[in-house]
Write a protein that binds this ligand. Structure first.
Ligand code: PLP
Length: 364
């Protein structure tokens, strides 16, 4: 194995920050060592800073982003509870799967892949749902779903948001937008390898937790005692020490750069990539006005692929000859779109230049 030069421009992971790779080399402490606990506390403070929240229950779940999805859903949904879920891509579908396995009654609000979900439709879908859930940044399509009006109009419902590809990449205001439960992942715009799922939960959501979560590992009421109990920490599960070092370091890089500056860097890279692709004659897939800078979806120019090659061949050449990874389409748009990520440390103008140059060389 080598490929230390691999440029990860797929739908995730992005390349980790060098400081993060360094953090993995630190000596492993015991998970109840006071020094480690202090570092975990500081990591949670840093998460509050990037989530823009005062929520006491803010910490990284020890598993990937999908576990954050399960953790948030399984603590607020019991069999028969109504949940409204916005679906315009893979991750909205996954939310429906998770919620229905919990026995919840799922009310879907569908939009075409590539289109955003109108916020009022989420509010009109059911008169009194327990939970309203939506994906902020749909990584399968490159679409941003807006949140503020849903949060303002949620009434008694809990507002649950997937922030896996939005956290640190685009503006996100957990408290200001009335988000009660949110989860993210380390490998998208935070610039850390996959493995943890930062979550944040409002006091109102905690007050509405189900009596006994259907998951033991992800029972947040139990974990809350150890995260926010104030007193001595006790054993729940062994924290993945080195991953937490890595997250601590990644968040440190983002906060040192400045959260707004990091978001602006993602925006500038996405803007230039999307302009560059359009200049080359590509058609962008995501609805205008809702395009994510960190994940660009573009229709594959079938007529311009080199003789005898399909789109997968082009991606293979990018990987083998240029060491650049981009992503293919999923579900109904498989074979029709490419998904290009500019996330975390990958969101650099020189990477945009490299990819545009490589695509021009292969296609023309
Ligand atoms: C990547 C992703 C997930 C799942 O995260 P994993 O780390 O792959 O489990 C969930 N939601 C969105 C929007 C994602 O992009």
């Amino acid at each position: 194995m080598g490929h230390s030069d691999r440029l990860l421009m797929g739908p995730g992971p992005g390349n980790p920050y060098p400081e993060v790779i360094e953090a993995f080399g630190r000596p492993v402490l015991g998970h109840l060592d006071p020094e480690f606990i202090a570092l975990l506390d500081e990591t949670n403070d840093r998460l509050r800073a990037v989530f823009k929240t005062d929520n006491a229950l803010t910490f990284p779940v020890s598993a990937t982003g999908s576990a954050g999805m399960e953790a948030t859903f399984c603590n607020v949904l019991a069999p028969g509870d109504v949940v409204v879920i916005g679906v315009n891509g893979v991750f909205g579908e996954r939310m429906c799967d998770v919620a229905s396995r919990l026995g919840a009654e799922v009310v879907r609000v569908d939009a075409e892949w590539g289109q955003a979900i109108e916020q009022q439709r989420m509010l009109d879908a059911h008169p009194n749902p327990k939970v309203i859930a939506i994906v902020h940044a749909e990584t399968s399509t490159g679409v941003r779903n807006d949140l503020a009006e849903i949060g303002a109009g949620k009434g008694d419902a809990l507002f649950l948001v997937d922030c896996v590809t939005s956290l640190c990449g685009i503006p996100l205001e957990i408290d200001e937008w009335g988000v009660d439960l949110a989860y993210s992942g380390t490998q998208k715009c935070i610039g850390v390898p996959p493995g943890l799922s930062p979550v944040t939960v409002s006091d109102r959501a905690i007050a509405n937790f189900v009596d006994r979560s259907q998951s033991w590992y992800l029972d947040l009421s139990m974990i809350a005692k150890y995260v926010t109990g104030g007193g001595a920490r006790a054993y729940h599960h062994t924290a993945p020490i080195s991953m937490i070092y890595a997250l601590h370091a990644g968040l440190g890089v983002v906060l040192e750069e400045g959260l707004e500056n990091a978001q602006a860097r993602h925006q500038a890279c996405g803007d230039r990539l999307q302009e560059g692709l359009q200049k080359m004659g590509f058609e962008l897939f995501a609805q205008e006005g809702h395009r994510l800078p960190e994940l660009t979806s573009v229709r594959i120019p079938q007529g311009r692929l080199p003789e005898g090659m399909d789109e997968a061949d082009v991606r293979r050449i990018l990987l083998e000859r240029y060491s650049i990874e981009i992503g293919g389409g999923l579900g109904p748009v498989a074979g029709q779109v490419w998904r290009i990520g500019c996330m975390g440390h990958t969101a650099r103008q020189r990477n945009v230049t490299l990819l545009l140059g490589a695509l021009a060389e292969i296609l023309d």
